[in-house]
Design a binder for this molecule. Structure first.
Ligand SMILES: Cc1cc2nc3c(=O)[nH]c(=O)nc-3n(C[C@H](O)[C@H](O)[C@H](O)COP(=O)(O)OP(=O)(O)OC[C@H]3O[C@@H](n4cnc5c(N)ncnc54)[C@H](O)[C@@H]3O)c2cc1C
Length: 392
């Protein structure tokens, strides 16, 4: 294994997985996405066009943002992306793109698809984990009701039992096959319910190793403390904590709802406060790596660098299975492939699914990348730098 010093500005390593044509295609796409007005208007139109099954819509989406951010329409298609990433030192976390599901049939389908992903992961060294969303395994309305802790109706209780059955089937299959399950975090009006269910799964399955991971959204001012409390609870029960650490994807929605419904927003007042807690969360997990399996899931250069430095300072092997990094497929290759080149455990979240299913995910990615300030501006800068280096 190579043991180089980390240098995220090394674009030769970062983009060695891309041919000249692919690099130019990516550059054009990120330039297009840096136009905020275009992204905002196209997001709504794109969603409608796919819903109305307009023939050109799917094709246009497939050739642009779908190919950039999604592994394929099914597991078979995703295989090429998995192999490609592995060739360049990055692992894959499979992510079946289902969210906001309501019917029995849809909810059961998400469970079955996720179990298929677990089975594929078990037969593939380059896929250590799958990710899942409880919003694909239960109706959002049920999760919101659970969040209020009000008494459930008989029908709701049955639906809750089915949700527990579905997530348990996924975790139990994963445990028996040696695969991990990462459970995504959602809006705060569903998250109490999700946290409670994920804790149940951790108590059940994280006895010998970290099978189940919860997601801690550090943009919330209460989440660092909750992660530390969860670790203490896990320790008291003799199990390990699985912690995927993110900043959080729903800041605007959270703030708007808090204003509308007149409660204090759960989101930190500013980015500096989030960054401070994010560093503390990483530090806590590295310091307790024997009883916490953690995933530093971010596109922020400083956060990735910080975790890498802590690992090095403490003399922990860079590829210790409890210390991981993760970025989203199609984003921040300069972080992923430079971490891989330096010998750290790094993976990409690789979503897959039919285009209609992944459109909400794609819209989130396009909007995120339309913010040319901060981390996202770096993407464009580094692709341009590599273009220049290759003399294109
Ligand atoms: C592998 C992976 C898995 C993920 N899974 C989830 C998930 O399960 N649930 C989820 O919600 N998100 C998830 N995300 C998305 C993540 O929460 C962030 O939205 C995204 O990664 C951008 O944050 P950053 O740390 O990469 O970059 P940065 O650019 O450093 O941070 C941007 C983020 O900082 C926060 N922020 C920005 N401005 C402010 C402000 N003024 N005040 C307070 N906070 C601010 C917001 O969270 C914003 O998204 C995931 C991301 C990755 C890479």
């Amino acid at each position: 294994m190579t043991k180089k010093n980390l240098d995220f500005s090394n674009t030769e390593v970062a983009f060695s997985n891309k041919s000249d044509a692919q690099l130019m295609h990516t550059l054009r796409l990120f330039r297009l996405m840096s136009n905020q007005t275009l992204v905002n208007s196209m997001s709504g139109l794109g969603l409608l066009a796919v819903r109305w099954k307009l023939p050109f819509a799917k094709m246009a989406i497939r050739k642009t943002i779908f190919e950039q951010f999604v592994g394929g329409e099914n597991l078979m298609d995703a295989q090429a992306a998995i192999e490609h990433l592995y060739k360049f030192g990055a692992l894959t976390i499979l992510d079946y793109g289902a969210e906001g599901k309501t019917t029995e049939e849809e909810l059961n389908l998400t469970m079955k698809e996720t179990i298929k992903a677990v089975e594929l992961a078990a037969s593939n060294n380059s896929v250590p984990a799958v990710s899942t969303k409880l919003t694909g395994l239960a109706d959002n309305a049920l999760l919101e009701k659970l969040n209020t802790r009000e008494k459930l109706s008989q029908k709701e209780q049955k639906d809750y039992d089915k949700l527990i059955f579905r997530i348990n089937e996924i975790c139990s299959r994963a445990e028996s096959l040696g695969v991990s399950v990462l459970i995504d975090a959602e809006e705060s009006w569903m998250q109490i319910a999700i946290d409670e269910i994920v804790m149940q799964m951790m108590y059940r399955y994280n006895t010998d190793k970290v099978v189940v991971y919860n997601t801690y959204q550090i943009y919330r001012h209460d989440k660092l403390e909750q992660m530390i409390n969860d670790h203490k609870l896990c320790k008291s029960k003799g199990v390990m904590l699985g912690s995927k650490i993110v900043r959080g994807a729903y800041m605007e929605k959270e703030r708007e709802r808090a204003i509308e419904e007149k409660y204090t927003s759960p989101i930190h007042l500013n980015k500096e406060a989030v960054d401070k807690d994010y560093n503390l969360a990483i530090k806590y997990c590295v310091e307790h790596y024997e009883t916490i399996g953690s995933i530093c899931a971010t596109h922020n250069i400083e956060s990735n660098l910080y975790q890498a430095q802590l690992i090095e300072e403490k003399g922990i092997p860079k590829n210790h299975p409890h210390l991981n990094f993760c970025q989203l497929y199609g984003m921040s290759d300069y972080i992923t492939f430079n971490l891989a080149d330096s010998g750290y455990n790094v993976a990409k979240y690789v979503p897959y699914g039919p285009i209609e299913e992944v459109v909400p995910y794609l819209i989130r990615r396009a909007k995120e990348n339309s913010s040319v300030t901060g981390e996202m501006g770096r993407e464009l800068k580094y692709i341009s730098k590599e273009k220049k280096r290759r003399g294109l």
